[in-house]
Design a protein around this ligand. Structure first.
Ligand code: MLT
Length: 266
């Protein structure tokens, strides 16, 4: 799989996986502020941004395997700090559970561990068909905006909403359909959370309407070494909506990781 990716080339290594139907552009606020203290590798997951968008169902395991393939191709064999937002979080969970030796710290952002309900999965399939039929994701994207951003972001930062809207509009219909179908068949990971042995930061926007604070609290409660941080003023895209608070939380987390305190100061 040919994945496009941004790489800021320092250390420690932070791998950031974006949400649906976005791209690595959602991490610009992290790359800009943290790129000098860590090496940030931010791929476009399959079907998104500038990466390949094959036909088919993009299972979360397959997307995680793409990331491993990318790290291998870059010669990165040491464990990385892995972060994922929403769909990126589903991929991060798959990766940390199947390749625990590749991860030294985990950041689950605005994401869920539960599987889709049958009704949600059916809705995703209907949307996938509509998007493929219409040839773009325009009608789906319109309905997503109020759920992705907090009211305060929509009112005070319309240029940021516009920037992500433009990213979403560029996502191909194959990419959207493949990801929707992959998310619909993802497994329930709640009982696996206790198997995660690395320090974990669970981060959520205070107004996240897709993966609410209570769900994030439950995830943090099930992971042995997890800490919950709630990002003020943010909805589902907290790192993008409030990069200042998110970056402070990431820096604090990195500074506490064994072996990294000397290189990262919160
Ligand atoms: C995302 O932001 O990646 C999506 O909202 C995830 C989902 O639809 O479950």
């Amino acid at each position: 799989m040919r994945l496009a990716c941004s790489d800021s080339r320092s250390s420690p290594i932070l791998v950031l996986l974006h949400g649906f139907p976005l791209s690595r552009a959602m991490w610009d606020g992290q790359i800009e502020a943290l790129g000098s203290v860590c090496r940030i590798i931010a791929p476009d997951l399959r079907g998104h941004g500038e990466s390949d968008a094959p036909d088919g169902v993009y299972a979360m395991d397959e997307m995680a395997d793409d990331v491993i393939e990318l790290l291998d191709a870059m010669g990165i064999t040491q464990p990385v700090v892995l972060g994922g937002l929403s769909m990126g979080g589903y991929v991060a969970l798959s990766l940390v559970l199947r390749y625990p030796e590749r991860v030294c710290g985990l950041m689950l952002m605005d994401t869920r561990a539960a599987a889709d309900t049958p009704e949600t999965a059916r809705g995703r399939e209907e949307t996938a068909r509509t998007v493929l039929h219409e040839g773009d994701g325009h009608s789906m994207i319109e309905t997503m905006i109020p759920r992705l951003f907090s009211k305060s972001t929509r009112e005070k930062l319309p240029h940021k909403v516009g920037a992500m809207l433009a990213v979403m509009e560029r996502t191909s219909s194959q990419g959207i359909a493949g990801a929707l179908r992959g998310m619909a068949v993802r497994p329930d990971r709640r009982d696996d959370l206790s198997k995660i042995t690395v320090p974990t930061l669970v981060l959520v926007g205070e107004d996240d309407a897709v993966s609410p604070v209570d769900e994030a609290r439950e995830i943090a409660g099930r992971i042995p070494q997890a800490r919950l941080v709630v990002i003020p003023g943010a909805g589902h895209l907290s790192p993008f909506e409030n990069p200042t608070a998110t970056n402070a939380a990431i820096l604090g987390f990195l500074a506490e990781l064994p072996g990294l305190a000397a290189t990262v100061t919160a």
